[in-house]
Design a protein around this ligand. Sequence first.
Ligand code: GDP
Ligand code: ZN
Length: 288
Amino acid sequence: MKRAEGVVTKIVSNLYTVFADGEYREAVARGRLKLNPRSVTVGDRVVLSEENGTNVIDSVLPRKNELQRPFVANVDTAFIVIAKEPKPDLLLTDKIIVNCFKEGVTPVLVYNKCELAEDGEIDALKRAYSFIDVIAVSAKLKSGLKELESEVDGKTVCLAGQSAVGKTSLMNAVLDLDLKTDGLSAKIKRGKNTTRHVEIYPALGGHVMDTCGFSMLTLVNIPSDELKYYYEDFLKFADDCKYTACNHISEPGCAVKEAVAAGKLDKGRYDRYLQIYNELIESEKHRY
Ligand code: GDP
Ligand code: ZN
């Protein structure tokens, strides 16, 4: 019995596509894995065996994380795509970053359509988001893709961001790249009109998924007084706040507010933190 380990890239009813040893295999799941629809999902690392010429998923390796809607497993990194046009929605960006840290996903800010950016624009963004990697790319010119590749580095990546920033174009640009090198992606490149289902594609030396799901994009779902823990850029100043539980709102002796005033922390990031904090307070009021 030949055993192999692979990643589930697609599920259509009871048929699983598993990418193992550099190729796609169609597989079915062992009976007990069918009891619960959440036992095997896209992104799962699975152990395959072969029985009478059929690939069978024997077991699912422990998941690193799970994202909901769509339900996918083991996302390592999120490429949060923004662009010159449409104007970057940094409030959305900051919410996605909070969700990433909450779910154990590494956020990377990807500035697409960089050929349209004005001087200094990308540098300013890099300063405001110095706590994560910021990469400038152009799906149109196919530039910056090497940097994207070094971020993927064998991991599973999803693409998040507002509509029209170029997520589909980027996805196609990276799939084209693979097409040139090994021809793998020829049959999986998706058309605009095909029915949407979750699928991940081996690309850039790892796996890339063209969505992160709505739940990464909608409101942050954490208690207001925990929000601060998901602001990595605030943390190094927060140690010096007078109160250990300081939420950096109007408490006296707040080192985070001082850092903003001194230009050591990005004011935009702080203002949007306040906005998200207030949204959370509002939603807590309506809960009781
Ligand atoms: P999505 O909604 O995020 O998937 O965005 P699309 O991939 O559909 O792209 C939206 C628009 O931006 C399309 O008209 C693309 O041709 C255009 N676009 C995508 N990438 C680039 C780029 O790098 N440069 C420029 N100038 N336009 C781009
Ligand atoms: Zn504070």
